[in-house]
Design a protein around this ligand. Structure first.
Ligand code: DNO
Length: 355
C-alpha cells in the first residue's frame, strides 16, 4: 500500500505540500482540479500542472478524488451522453498523464452528510458528527445553511454553493429515480467508460454513500455488502472497483467491515481508513483513528486489507481538529498526520508478523 493524504490544492488548502512531505511514510497525495465543475472535460495542461506541482514538492499524485459525476448521468436524463463523453475525455487525458486511479461517488444531490462540523469531545478536540434526529428535523436547505456556516470559510466537497442554490430543482429532477433506476444509470455509465479505463489501465473506485442509508428521501445504493457486490458483478471488469471507506460503510453497524473487505478482494483500489465512535446506532462522531478511541477494530480492518493483497493508495480520512488548528473541518494537518502514522504502525506490525 501507499500512504497518502488528501490535498485540496495550494489555492484552497491550509495544509502545504511541504508539511505533507514531512509526515513519515507519506509519499503521495490525492487531489483533484477543484476549479472544475462536474460534467466538464478537464484540460491536459491543468492536469499536468497539478502533477508537476506535487512532484516538485517531492510527492506523487497517487490518484484523483474525485472526478465528479454530473447529475444528468445519475438521473439518466437525455443529455447524459454529452456529459459521459466529457468524462471519457477527462479519463483519456488522465491516462495520458499516467494517472491510474479515479475516485468518484454516485450519491444523488449531496456528497457526505454530517449534522455537526465541530462537536466538542471531552479532550477539547472538535469532530464531525451525525445524528439522525437532527436530519429528521431539518430541510435540505437548512442543512446546507448550517453546514456552510460552520465550514471555516472553506467549501466542502459536494456542498458547493452554486449547486446548492438549485437544491429544489435538483430534488425535483430526482423525483422518479429510485434505487433500481440509480443502479441502471450507474451500469450505463460504467459500461460506457470501461473501454477507456481498459485502454489506459484506469482503476475506477466508487466511494460509498455516507451515511450508508437514504437521507431526505433520496435513493442511496452504495451502502452495504450485497449492493456493492451487485455493482461489481453488474460490470464485471477489474477496473470497476471500490474506494473502501471504513468511516462510510461503518455508519451502518450491520456492515461487518473486515468481512466486506475480504469479499471485495482484488476490487479495492483505494482505501479511506478512519474510526467512528457510536453513542447510539443513529448518533456517531468521528473519533481519533486509534481503535480504543472509537467503535471499530482498526487492526482487523488493516489486517483484512493486508491479507487480501491490497496494494493501492490509502489515506487516513477525516481527522479531529486539535492543537488549535483552523482548517477545513475534517481536513486539518495534525490529526490526519497522527492517523497516517498510526495506520503505518499497524501495517508495519502486520507485515512483520506475516514475514
Ligand atoms: C469526504 C470524502 C468524500 C469523497 C467523495 C468521493 O470527506 O470522503 O467527499 O471524496 O464522496 O467522490
Amino acid at each position: 500500500m501507499q500512504m497518502t493524504l488528501r490535498w485540496y490544492g495550494s489555492k484552497y488548502d491550509t495544509v502545504t505540500l511541504k508539511q505533507i512531505r514531512q509526515i513519515p511514510g507519506v509519499t503521495g497525495v490525492i487531489s483533484t482540479l477543484y476549479a472544475t465543475e462536474p460534467g466538464e472535460a478537464w484540460k491536459t495542461a491543468d492536469i499536468l500542472s497539478l502533477k508537476k506541482e506535487i512532484q516538485d514538492a517531492g510527492l506523487e499524485l497517487a490518484g484523483i478524488e474525485s472526478v465528479n459525476i454530473h447529475d444528468a448521468i445519475k438521473i439518466g436524463s437525455p443529455d447524459r451522453d454529452r456529459f459521459i463523453d466529457n468524462y471519457i475525455t477527462t479519463l483519456e487525458r488522465l491516462g495520458q498523464a499516467d494517472i491510474h486511479l479515479v475516485c468518484y461517488n454516485f450519491m444523488p444531490v449531496f456528497d457526505w452528510t454530517r449534522t455537526e462540523l465541530a462537536r466538542m469531545r471531552p479532550d477539547g478536540s472538535t469532530v464531525l458528527a451525525y445524528t439522525q434526529e437532527a436530519v429528521d428535523a431539518l430541510s435540505p436547505e437548512d442543512m446546507f445553511a448550517s453546514i456552510n456556516g460552520d465550514a471555516n470559510g472553506s467549501i466542502l466537497p459536494g456542498w458547493e454553493p452554486q449547486r446548492m442554490a438549485h437544491i429544489k430543482e435538483l430534488f425535483a429532477l430526482y423525483k422518479d429515480v429510485d434505487e433500481e433506476k440509480l443502479f441502471a444509470n450507474l451500469k450505463y455509465f460504467l459500461e460506457r467508460i470501461m473501454p477507456v479505463c481498459d485502454k489506459y489501465d484506469i482503476n475506477m473506485a466508487i466511494h460509498p454513500d455516507d451515511p450508508a442509508w437514504s437521507v431526505f428521501g433520496l435513493p442511496r445504493i452504495i451502502i452495504n455488502k450485497a449492493n456493492i457486490l451487485r455493482m461489481m458483478k453488474m460490470v464485471d471488469n477489474p477496473h470497476n472497483g471500490v474506494t473502501f471507506c471504513s468511516g462510510s460503510y461503518g455508519t451502518n453497524l450491520e456492515n461487518d467491515l473486515p468481512d466486506m473487505i475480504r469479499s471485495l478482494k482484488g476490487r479495492i483500489h483505494f482505501a479511506h481508513v478512519r474510526n467512528l465512535k457510536f453513542n447510539s446506532p443513529t448518533d456517531f462522531e468521528e473519533s481519533a483513528h486509534l481503535s480504543r478511541d472509537g467503535s471499530f477494530d482498526m487492526y482487523q480492518i488493516m489486517l483484512a486489507l493486508y491479507e487480501t493483497g491490497f496494494n493501492g493508495p490509502i489515506r487516513p480520512d477525516h481527522g479531529r481538529m486539535i492543537w488549535d488548528e483552523v482548517a477545513m473541518p475534517g481536513y486539518g494537518l495534525y490529526d490526519r498526520a497522527l492517523g497516517a502514522t498510526y495506520l503505518n504502525g499497524l501495517w508495519e506490525a502486520i507485515e512483520k508478523q506475516h514475514f
